[in-house]
Design a protein around this ligand. Structure first.
Ligand code: NAD
Ligand code: UDP
Length: 315
């Protein structure tokens, strides 16, 4: 039997992750409404979808109420790079909190399923390693990262309160560092910074001594996890960690990227940003058990694809 075509809203759909998600949903044959205020996203990211009859692009800010008719909502709207989310921190908190309230209100009126793109940042600078979903986190509520971390934490609270109070079908994904094509070249995140620098023959900028760790997930793997989570029945709410458990220091990442890009890059050291987490690695046991999901793409393969994407930007 053919699956019923769903109407799906993707907020932040013109961003890095959102545009890949739109690709998958359009390809699957669903009706996709991509909403974005183009703060960090770009029409170019979804330009190839504009001629498709099951794709629609709408300029809108999630801090404003929205009246549309859909069956599912993926709420991704929010700048994700520290440089961008700290540019206008009040707006960042509003996007997470008012955005969540507006999208949850919409989901409640429609009886729609709603998925929140939460983040490993809810764990802050973690003292539990690797991070399981049970860990409550270690976040500075008044530091420069708080607009993002606390905004996302409050959004999670709202999701679970809408579940308890209004029996809404919610899904909360805690996304760990994800990379791949369509990251913004000036995004400020480590993978795009290092790749662009290596390709341009400019110094690779390491913040601190480079011994801090992250675990990098390729975008295609992450999108598969988000879709699997949305497909679960109402009993599954999350939070569920989605990320690649292979941990690497920032210093090692610099070496790997420089080798893969075929560059003889110089490395320069700069002060480590305030509250920059020292270590981060997801425990993905829950995602494996509930979603039968684990990342498939090796770091070197994902980085090769990312380097290829960035080559034209370096010319
Ligand atoms: P991104 O900056 O590329 O995409 C965010 C999108 O949201 C952009 O298109 C931006 O223009 C849009 N946006 C921002 N504020 C908005 C507003 N008020 N109204 C409407 N649109 C708005 O970032 P991304 O990496 O694609 O991240 C997508 C989501 O996933 C974010 O919610 C982010 O917090 C979450 N996340 C991403 C990562 C990662 O490593 N990429 C990790 C954890 C969580
Ligand atoms: N980082 C770095 N050089 C850069 C950009 C980032 O050394 O040019 C470091 C940053 O301090 C952090 C790690 O890389 O320790 C990941 O940073 P990113 O901004 O990508 O993500 P997040 O800190 O949110 O995990």
């Amino acid at each position: 039997m053919r699956r019923r075509r769903k109407r799906i809203l993707v907020t932040g759909g013109a961003g890095f992750l959102g545009s890949h998600l739109c690709d998958r949903l359009v390809e699957r044959g669903d009706d996709v409404l991509c909403l974005d205020n183009f703060f960090t996203g770009a029409k170019d990211n979804v330009a190839h979808l504009l001629g498709r009859s099951n794709f629609e692009l709408m300029r809108h800010d999630v801090t404003m109420p929205l009246y549309v008719e859909v069956d599912e909502i993926y709420n991704l709207a929010c700048p994700a790079s520290p440089v961008h989310y700290q540019h206008d921190p009040v707006q960042t908190t509003k996007t997470s909190v008012h955005g969540a309230i507006n999208m949850l209100g919409l989901a409640k009126r429609l009886g729609a399923k709603i998925l929140q793109a939460s983040t490993s940042e809810v764990y802050g600078d973690p003292s539990v390693h690797p991070q399981t979903e049970e860990y409550w986190g270690h976040v500075n509520p008044i530091g420069p990262r708080a607009c993002y971390d606390e905004g996302k934490r409050c959004a999670e609270t709202l999701f679970f309160d809408y579940r308890r109070q209004h029996d809404l079908s919610i899904k909360v994904a805690r996304i760990f560092n994800t990379y791949g094509p369509r990251m913004h070249p000036n995004d400020g995140r480590v993978v795009s910074n290092f790749v662009v620098a290596a390709l341009k023959g400019e110094p690779i900028t390491i913040y601190g001594d480079g011994q801090q760790t992250r675990s990098f997930c390729y975008v295609d793997d992450l999108i598969e996890g988000l879709i699997r989570l949305m497909e679960t029945d109402d009993a599954v709410t999350g939070p569920i960690n989605l990320g690649n458990p292979t941990e690497i220091t920032v210093r090692e990442l610099a070496t790997t990227i420089s080798e893969l890009a075929g560059a003889a890059s110089v490395v320069t050291f700069h002060p480590r940003p305030t509250d920059d987490p020292m270590q981060r690695r997801p425990d993905i046991t829950r995602a494996e058990e509930v979603l039968d999901w684990r990342p498939r793409t090796a770091l070197a393969d994902g980085l090769e694809a990312t380097i290829d994407y960035f080559r034209p930007f370096a010319d």
